[in-house]
Design a protein around this ligand. Sequence first.
Ligand SMILES: [Zn+2]
Ligand SMILES: [Zn+2]
Length: 156
Amino acid sequence: MSQLQLTAAGGRVNPDAWVRTVRSSWQNAGHRMTEPRTRVLERIAGYTTPFTAEQLYADLQADGHAPGRATVYRTLEQLHTEGWVARIHSSGLDTGYIASWPGHMHHLVCTNCGVVVAFEGCFLGDMMAKLASETNFTIDGHLLQLYGRCIRCQRV
Ligand SMILES: [Zn+2]
Ligand SMILES: [Zn+2]
């Protein structure tokens, strides 16, 4: 059975550590770390609640010297593909993203303030094996996101 585990930073991304880790991972993979791409990383690391691609682009523009829209979207897409950014589903509006870690990650989302807490692993593995044998499906993956209220919002 998988073990549920909060990430080292209590489920939140430590912005500096996240930027450093993504940078070294990309450098090890032979990707060029350009200045515009670094600015995108630093902006993403600063969000504590889900952001949309358009919001990210607008915030980078507000910072001044924004990278081109294509760079922003391509960088975000690559981060998502590699697991450095997770998609967060909320009722309505566009798909939100939040900085995360590659691996078996799931997220708790506060429906009041939007804060996101990541945890690693889940207990769906056994159920999937049972379902696969009962339905003759080959199950390749799963989506799981939990929502509720964080401790601060419970007091409001
Ligand atoms: Zn909250
Ligand atoms: Zn899972």
